[in-house]
Design a protein around this ligand. Structure first.
Ligand code: MF3
Ligand code: CO
Length: 267
């Protein structure tokens, strides 16, 4: 996310709101599962986008990214499709994927006024060891972050768990983009960095106390190389500055006592 929410901070969902959120999240999870079988050399990112859009609309939900505004830029597609060194917000195109590519599909859908958000990095055919390790570490970091999303913990417990796992394994985390709360808006408070904020930034990323029924999008964005990114001229896509591959896994989770509930879990 990259903008502040207008809702109270952070917003605790009622049980009725949780049911609505679950519905949006289930559609997102099914969309990402559906995409798996198309992840083969020769598929274009625009074809993947069309499959995702058709699936979401077949469930009477909306593809929330399509038409999403950021300043004067409007996102044109259902999925963010980020290939290899692209970290986030890749724009679907006629680019065909080839053996050895990795691609992140980040998907947001809304229905009845509630949003769900999840992202997966997929491998196209056989990928090299660097990419395999990067994908594994990123997904493990996501689950270690989720383990911390429990009532009574604080936000920085999530941030620290994610960062530590990535950096202990020779990877780095994106600084320019962070996870977020979710619910009636795609991006609600709190902002969820994948790193322990440096002292000067702690005001922008308050270390809120986590409480039951907060809905959080935890989303490590991880580079095989250095932490620096560049923004592309299209105004959306972030790439690693050193051209190293990047991976991104995201779930919408509900804070609970003892164990968080993953609302976008795929079967
Ligand atoms: N999951 C992405 C995020 O939280 C979705 C971005 S949608 C876009 O930032 F429209 F901004 F691309
Ligand atoms: Co998100």
């Amino acid at each position: 996310m990259h903008r502040a929410s207008k809702l109270p901070v952070p917003y605790i969902k009622t049980d009725a709101e949780v049911i609505a959120l679950e519905k949006a999240c289930r559609i997102v999870a099914e969309t990402l599962s559906t995409l798996t079988k198309y992840m083969k050399p020769g598929v274009s990112t625009l074809e993947l986008d069309q499959i995702a859009e058709d699936y979401i609309r077949s469930k009477n939900a909306n593809p929330s990214c399509k038409g999403y505004r950021w300043g004067r830029h409007v996102f044109p597609a259902t999925l963010c499709t980020s290939v290899n060194e692209e970290v986030v917000h890749g724009i679907p195109s006629d680019r065909k994927l080839v053996e050895g590519d990795i691609i992140t599909c980040d998907c947001v859908a809304d229905i009845n006024g509630f949003f769900g958000d999840s992202a997966v990095t997929y491998a196209i055919g056989e990928i090299n060891e660097e990419k395999k390790k990067l994908m594994r570490i990123t997904e493990e970091a996501l689950f270690l972050g989720i383990e911390q999303a429990i009532d009574g913990n604080k936000l920085y417990d999530i941030c620290a768990a994610v960062q530590k796992h990535c950096e202990n394994n020779g990877c780095s985390v994106t600084r320019e983009l962070v996870g977020h709360g979710i619910g009636r808006e795609m991006h609600e408070e709190p902002a969820i960095p994948n790193f322990l904020p440096p002292l000067l930034y702690r005001k922008s990323y308050p270390n809120v106390k986590l409480a039951k029924n907060m809905a959080l999008c935890i989303e490590p964005m991880v580079h095989a190389g250095a932490k620096y990114t560049k923004e592309m001229p299209n105004g959306w896509t972030f790439v690693t500055a050193d051209g190293s591959p990047a991976a991104h896994f995201e779930h919408t989770v509900l804070v609970d006592n003892g164990k968080a509930r993953i609302l976008t879990l795929r079967d």
